[in-house]
Design a protein around this ligand. Structure first.
Ligand code: ADP
Ligand code: 5GP
Length: 204
């Protein structure tokens, strides 16, 4: 039977909600799942590794990639650019591997326009207070950047209305189970397995 193209899972949330933490576990729990590493012009934070957290590139290189049409989507966020490689994403999917991307709402909209069959999952923090606590604990932003991210969180949350699924990341373990369940359910959709049913019916 012909190999099915891998599914595309797009995960968005206000910064600090826990989407990176959740997506990393999916890549661990689903062998073969490809967790897309984005390109960014943002400098690395302490502890971040090139090729693991991001592909860190110069503004010039990023612009050349835009001009060459190398991004499936890209956006400018907090003064830096972030983008997903089209080639890597398509190669993994053509090999039958699912791909999970962790991107902002602007990027999610671009992917929705290109591929309405993709599965869009929005992650909500349990409360604004908890979001502030997580962002502060992460210690990756100064006070100004933290305030900026909290302000943007409300706008980003309003955008969550159009996603297929919404997960509240209160207890991490529960949220991980819910995300896993969503991924597993997509593999049982009629259009994914109807071929198996038809093949069985051909056997007398
Ligand atoms: P994002 O990718 O959405 O910006 P991260 O995955 O970096 O968010 O998570 C932000 C911080 O919150 C991290 O320090 C992470 O360990 C923590 N975190 C994630 N999920 C939970 C949770 N359910 N409960 C408590 N802390 C969490
Ligand atoms: P951070 O700087 O905290 O790692 O990420 C800032 C924001 O950029 C987050 O909302 C994150 O989801 C988003 N982001 C990361 N990679 C990409 C990408 O490739 N495309 C888009 N559109 N957003 C991204």
């Amino acid at each position: 039977m012909e190999k099915k193209k891998g599914l595309l899972f797009v995960v968005s949330a206000p910064s600090g909600t826990g989407k990176t933490t959740l997506c990393r576990t999916m890549a661990r729990d689903f062998p073969g799942m490809h967790y897309s590493i984005s390109y960014t012009t943002r400098p690395p934070r302490p502890g971040e590794k090139k090729g693991r957290d991001y592909h860190f590139v110069t503004a010039g290189d990023f612009q050349r990639m835009i001009d060459a049409g190398e991004f499936a989507e890209w956006a400018e966020i907090y003064g830096y650019r972030y983008g997903t490689s089209k080639t890597i994403l398509e190669k993994a999917r053509d090999e039958g591997r699912d791909v999970i991307v962790d991107i902002d709402g602007q990027g999610a909209r671009q992917l929705r326009d290109q591929d309405p069959q993709a599965i869009f999952i929005f992650i909500l923090p349990p409360s604004w207070e908890e979001l502030k606590r997580r962002l502060s604990l992460r210690k990756t932003e100064g006070a100004t950047a933290l305030g900026e991210r909290l302000k943007k969180a409300r706008l980003e949350t309003a955008d969550g209305r159009w996603y297929n699924y919404i997960i509240i990341n209160n207890e991490l373990d529960k949220a991980q189970k819910q995300l896993k369940a969503i991924i597993q359910a997509q593999h049982c959709r009629r259009e994914r397995v109807i071929g198996v049913l038809e093949t069985m019916l051909m056997v007398s």
